[in-house]
Write a new protein. Structure first.
Length: 243
């Protein structure tokens, strides 16, 4: 996270999305019982043990049974501060876990929003724009997840491919479409500029199959696309050391 100090220079400090605990003031999650329950889901989203993992699972199950849960989570997402990328990401993740097919339009609108212009910080910190890209990446994953139960979701992904010019997000959309239908390359290429046609040839492999050795503890999770179904980790911004 980067803020301007009183001296007018950029000041950097650690900012992680893994601090969504009960003490964090999140007024959008206190509106009613459904919103409060969504807040509990987010609290346990980064489960540290089996008990918390079970708490997250049970919270999702309760939300799935509650009328208006999808609308309440969407409302919280829209009312959350634009700067709070971690909470916005977490709300979209929770919405995808609830699994309401009617959420397809919500995911589409979140993914199709224009990405802010690129900021440049002298220290090289990640910028708010990076957080915005991660939020939209989560929205694309959520939209793809609604496809089996929503016949219009696939068309929304194609619509997103045309509506969202951000290169990274177009690539994520193509990956989602190709995962759903490996024969979709022809239609995809009709929408994409020629320099992005290579995306339809990308192959998904397990990390163990890669020849490059790496220390897993040093991987910056902010640069990994969110994986639904795996243990979640909301966006975190790397910081630079300020003098």
């Amino acid at each position: 996270m980067i803020r301007e100090s009183r001296q007018g220079r950029s000041d950097c400090r650690d900012a992680t999305g893994d601090d969504l605990d009960a003490a964090t003031p999140r007024r959008v999650l206190d509106r009613d019982a459904v919103a409060w329950l969504a807040g509990q889901g987010i609290r346990y989203l980064h489960a540290a043990n089996a008990d918390e993992e079970m708490s997250f699972k049970r919270t999702v199950e309760l939300l799935q049974r509650m009328p208006g849960a999808t609308a309440a989570i969407a409302q919280a997402f829209h009312e959350t501060s634009r700067e709070d990328h971690s909470l916005r990401w977490a709300l979209l993740y929770l919405l995808a876990e609830v699994g309401d097919a009617s959420a397809a339009e919500i995911f589409f609108k979140a993914a199709a929003e224009p990405v802010p212009s690129r900021d440049r910080y002298p220290q090289g910190c990640e910028t708010p724009r990076d957080g915005e890209v991660l939020v939209r990446t989560m929205a694309i994953a959520g939209l793809a997840r609604t496809v089996p139960d929503n016949k219009d979701a696939t068309e929304l992904l194609y619509k997103l491919l045309a509506a969202q010019p951000e290169r990274a997000l177009r690539i994520e959309t193509v990956k989602a479409l190709m995962a759903l239908d490996p024969r979709a390359a022809g239609r995809i290429k009709e929408t994409l500029p020629k320099e992005l046609h290579f995306v339809t040839d990308l192959t998904k492999v397990r990390a163990e199959a890669l020849a490059v050795e790496h220390e897993t503890k040093t991987i910056d999770k902010a640069r990994l696309a969110p994986q639904l179904g795996a243990k979640p980790s909301s966006p975190r911004s790397s910081c630079c050391r300020c003098p």
